[in-house]
Structures are given as C-alpha cells and as structure tokens.
Design a protein. Structure first.
Length: 259
C-alpha cells in the first residue's frame, strides 16, 4: 500500500494511523480520504490488528478538517472519490474494532467529526474542538450535526454548532465528549494504555460489544435486546468464549486469539 499523506504502522495488535500534513494543520483533501479508505480496509481485514489509535502529525493539530485552501485552489475540479466519508470513517459503519482518537491539538470541523466517529477520545490539554463550518458558509455535513447532539445535551450541542465556537479539552471532558485529558507528552502513551486495557478483553467480545451498542443505539430497549447481532453469534461459537471461563477457573490470564 503506497501512502503519501497518511502514516500507517502496526505494532503488537495496535494499528497507528497518523494524518501527515502538518504544514496544513493536518487538514484533509480528497487524496487523503482515498488513502484512508485503503487504511481502514486493511485494518478491518487484518485479524492481528485489534485496536487502532488515530492522531495527527506535530503538536498543533489533530486535524483542522477540510483543506479549504485546496478547495479554493481547485474550485470546480472533481477530486478522487472515496467510499467511507471524511477520512474514510465518518460514513463507514462496519468497523467494530475499537478506534481511539489521540487528539494532539485542534480538532475542528471534519477533524472533530473524525474524533466523534471514534470510540474513545484522549485529548492533549491544549486541544480544542469545534464545528466552525457556518463561519465559512458551510455546515458539518460529515456527521457532526448528527453525532454531536447524540454525545452531549441538545442545547449545548446547538449552541456550539450554531455559533461555530471552539471548546477546550477540559470543557469537552466535562461534557463527556472526551474520556481523558493529559499533557501532550503523555498523549500517545495514554492512548496506548487504553488500547492495552481494551486488549485485556477478548477481541471478539469487544467487537461484539461495539456492534451491539452502536446498532442498538436509539432503538427501544426491547427491540435492541431482541435484535440479532452477527458478532454476538460469532462470539458464542468462538475459541475465546471457551478460553475466557477456562482461564478464570484456572486463575491465569486468558490467551486470546480472536478466533
């Protein structure tokens, strides 16, 4: 896989994905989205990858969202099309492996939409979040206007979206958008700690949990409970479902295989 704008590494069941355009505050243009489609396809297909950590290069920005300079310079041009929405993730609904956003600075517009599409958000203490699209005549159409009101109280979300204001990492944590705020020097290590804590669990259990939680979200509880979930069925037929109780009874750590 040849990547120009994205760094993609795999280490010990963790996939590290880095937006690598620091000269543009890691703003993304069409070629980035196409590369991210490839990255997510690989992450989903690789059975050895259990968790992903997404971050931005440098210490100023996770992602400033859509590259407006590129848009202005290429007005009228049809860039390459991708499938999964902004950064290949905002309109993709088949990734049940956990995704951790390590927000190392500004997460604005599409950058915030990427983080909202992740499962866990760890923020550097200088990070800022916002959906400022209305201030430049646009709207947060890559899921922001729908995800943010599902994460925080409606009036708070509407106030942020209608004014385009930023909030600090500390405010985002207070409203429950962010799981943990840490100094920048500790950001990746903290994301890795979360990843390793997740990997103490069976990868199939984690994936089945994510599938059921997100698919059942917004449904009446009786419908959500009665619904069939493919990964739940797979989990109960798996070797991990045998290994977990066996390891518990033998007072040892389980040896998860994801099978």
């Amino acid at each position: 896989m040849k990547l120009e704008f994205i760094q993609y590494e795999k280490r010990e069941h963790i996939a590290y994905i880095t937006f690598n355009r620091p000269e543009r505050m890691n703003a993304l243009h069409p070629a980035c989205h196409v590369e991210m489609d490839q990255v997510w396809d690989d992450f989903v297909a690789d059975k050895a990858m259990w968790v992903s950590i997404v971050t931005g290069a440098g210490d100023k920005a996770f992602s400033a969202g859509n590259d407006l300079r590129w848009t202005a310079e290429h007005r009228g041009e049809a860039g390459p099309r991708n499938r999964g929405g902004f950064a290949g993730i905002t309109a993709r609904y088949d990734i049940y492996k956990p995704i951790i956003a390590a927000v190392n600075g500004f997460a604005l517009g599409g950058g915030f939409e990427i983080a909202l599409a992740c499962d866990v958000i760890i923020a550097a203490d200088h990070a800022r979040f916002g959906l400022p699209e209305p201030r430049v005549g646009l709207m947060a159409g890559a899921g922001g206007v729908h995800r943010l009101p599902r994460h925080i109280p409606l009036k708070i979300a509407m106030g942020l979206m209608l004014t385009g204001k930023h909030i600090t990492a500390q405010e985002a944590h207070r409203w429950g958008v962010v799981n943990e705020v840490v100094p920048l020097k500790d950001l990746v290590a903290t994301a890795e700690r979360w990843a390793h804590e997740i990997m103490e669990c069976s990868p199939l259990s984690v994936q089945a949990t994510k599938e059921a939680a997100l698919t059942g979200l917004g449904r009446p509880i009786e419908d959500a409970l009665a619904r069939h979930y493919d990964l739940q069925a797979k989990l109960f037929r798996s070797k991990d479902a045998v290994e977990g109780p066996l390891a518990f009874s033998q007072k040892r750590k389980p040896n998860w295989t994801g099978e």
